[in-house]
Design a protein. Structure first.
Length: 322
């Protein structure tokens, strides 16, 4: 088990690993931390990051986070270690991506002038709130697709073995008085721990406040390192690789640890604020839709629907009570 507390001042937030799994042919396989893909150090080779780009369709670019709520629930009910939600005081269950969006999302205008917001369905069952993202289409322009594809190519180049399965960390994230159970997929690991891999241009690499999403993704899973593949501003050839300790990244955001703490607390505080809104507005046994507008602002619509949880999972919860 990997327990980590930040070196900075935001000690109200703590991450604990409670399990690991991989998806193979739509089946969950319980694994341990040593079965994740291994990081392969860069030896200075030139890599063109857009090889194969023009063979990909739009569906390829809609896969930011692969874990689903149903997968997390399947892990809970099939885990041989019989993880207890009640004993660990779990109040929320969702994907890592949802918490990252709560902490970093800013509303922006779309091509038609309307505002882009994020949409979710939530339900409360046995005093635990489950959050599921409502898929929505957001068309990426060609340059954004190239950046996305370059990141995938670089990530694949930095692991010793490439396969089409994804391995996940299941983690408890504690925000002050709230505990969430989340799942997310780190890119790989080395002897020191788990790693998140990104690409960026030379100019953007030194815009450290642009690292906030990558930092939050890593922090929420307890990852130890961020690896950045550097490319020229308008080109997609790898020219350098930088490796950063996740706990040291915030110190690049300002002239002092206090400034680093302010930015981190801002993101973690927005997550806590949204979770508090959900806790106060979702009644037991009900389903709600809610829209997230950024900066902690939520809008709720209460539905006359039953909870949307899988019946096998509900039966599991009832059996545990026996």
């Amino acid at each position: 088990m990997d327990n980590r507390v930040s070196e900075f001042l935001y000690t109200d937030s703590v991450v604990f690993h409670v399990g690991y799994y991989k998806m193979d042919s739509q089946q969950i396989e319980i694994i341990d931390e040593n079965q994740f893909r291994k990081f392969k150090p860069w030896n200075g080779e030139n890599i063109f990051l857009l090889n194969g780009f023009f063979n990909k369709d739009d569906d390829f670019f809609n896969k930011e986070e692969h874990s689903t709520l149903d997968e997390i629930l399947t892990w809970i009910r099939t885990n041989p270690a019989q993880y207890s939600l009640k004993e660990n005081d779990i109040q929320f269950i969702c994907q890592r991506k949802i918490l990252v969006d709560f902490g970093t999302f800013e509303s922006r205008a779309q091509d038609d002038g309307s505002k882009l917001y994020l949409h979710y369905k939530v339900c409360r069952y046995d005093d635990i709130i489950y959050i599921s993202e409502v898929p929505q289409e957001e068309k990426m322009d060609t340059f954004s697709k190239k950046c996305c594809y370059a990141g995938i190519t670089f990530g694949d180049s930095r692991v010793e073995e490439k396969d089409d399965t994804f391995s996940y960390i299941v983690a408890e994230c504690r925000f002050k008085d709230i505990t969430c159970l989340i799942a997310g997929d780190p890119d790989c690991r080395d002897d020191d721990g788990f790693i998140e891999i990104n690409t960026t241009s030379e100019r953007s690499f030194y815009d450290y406040e642009g690292w906030t999403r990558g930092w939050l993704q890593s922090y929420l899973l307890g990852n130890q390192k961020l690896v950045y593949g550097i490319r020229p501003v308008a080109e997609f050839t790898l020219i350098d690789v930088k490796i950063e300790n996740v706990n040291h990244v915030p110190l690049k955001w300002g002239s002092s640890a206090a400034r680093a703490n302010q930015i981190c607390e801002g993101m973690l505080g927005r997550i806590h604020s949204v979770l508090c809104e959900l806790r106060d507005n979702v009644p037991e046994g009900s389903t709600c839709s809610f829209t997230y507008k950024g900066e902690g602002e939520c809008e709720f619509i209460k539905n006359n629907e039953n909870v949307f949880l899988d019946m096998d999972y509900i039966q599991y919860l009832e059996d545990v009570k026996q």
